[in-house]
Design a protein around this ligand. Structure first.
Ligand code: FMN
Length: 192
């Protein structure tokens, strides 16, 4: 357990993914667990907090999520760029990615989903919202956030704080083909 992690209030959960970080989607069902990278996720509702994430139908993740009705989004910091790319380029059908890459996870408080805190800066544990038509037609899954937490060194009081003294905690944003930019300079809009 990462001592820097603090619970995030439901009304602030959407802020965790508002800026489009690449996430690690974790899943588990009947003793099997998995993790994959996803560049495509976003908030879709405020109250209760709900998010959408694209999980290709062909993935093992999708199979576990459909079977368990749950998943978590763990948000990797810049320190996990290599790992993020790695778990996005192999399938949990073939290997246990946690064992292969030495990833430590603990069961989430709401649904028991694997939560990665070492190198990650936040997580959201979600209940899958059953949408039979959408699930058949699209790769998008919707989830309701039941619990969330973030590293207080980079997210507190509902706000990210990307600073020069916490560069490894800046979030990753995928440009494609293993290239990422990290969130860094923050600017504030002023009234015109
Ligand atoms: C940086 C990155 C971002 C990705 N984003 C997505 C995404 O948003 N949605 C998706 O379905 N797959 C995405 N992928 C591909 C999956 O992570 C990949 O298919 C993975 O191997 C699935 O693993 P699984 O079969 O163990 O579930 C991404 C891969 C990388 C490397």
């Amino acid at each position: 357990m990462n001592p820097h992690f603090q619970p995030v209030a439901p009304e602030h959960a959407s802020r965790l993914v508002n800026h489009g970080p690449t996430v690690l989607v974790t899943s588990a069902h009947q003793g099997r667990r998995n993790v994959m990278a996803a560049a495509w996720s976003m908030p879709v509702e405020f109250t209760p907090p709900r998010i959408a994430v694209v999980i290709d139908k062909k993935t093992f993740t999708r199979e576990l999520v459909s079977a368990s009705g749950a998943f978590a989004l763990c948000i990797p910091g810049a320190a996990l760029a290599d790992l993020t790319y790695a778990v996005g380029n192999c399938s949990g059908r073939d290997i246990d990615k946690f064992a292969r890459y030495g990833i430590e996870a603990r069961p989430g408080p709401a649904l028991g989903m694997p939560l990665i805190e070492a190198g990650c800066v936040a997580w959201l544990e979600c209940r899958l919202l059953p949408e039979p038509h959408t699930e058949e037609a699209y790769d998008t899954s919707f989830g309701e956030v039941l619990a969330a937490a973030a590293d207080s060194r980079v997210f507190a009081n509902g706000r990210w704080s990307f600073r020069d003294d916490n560069p490894l905690l800046h979030t990753l944003h995928h440009l494609g083909a293993g290239h990422f930019v990290v969130a860094s300079q923050t600017i504030r809009a002023r009234p015109l």
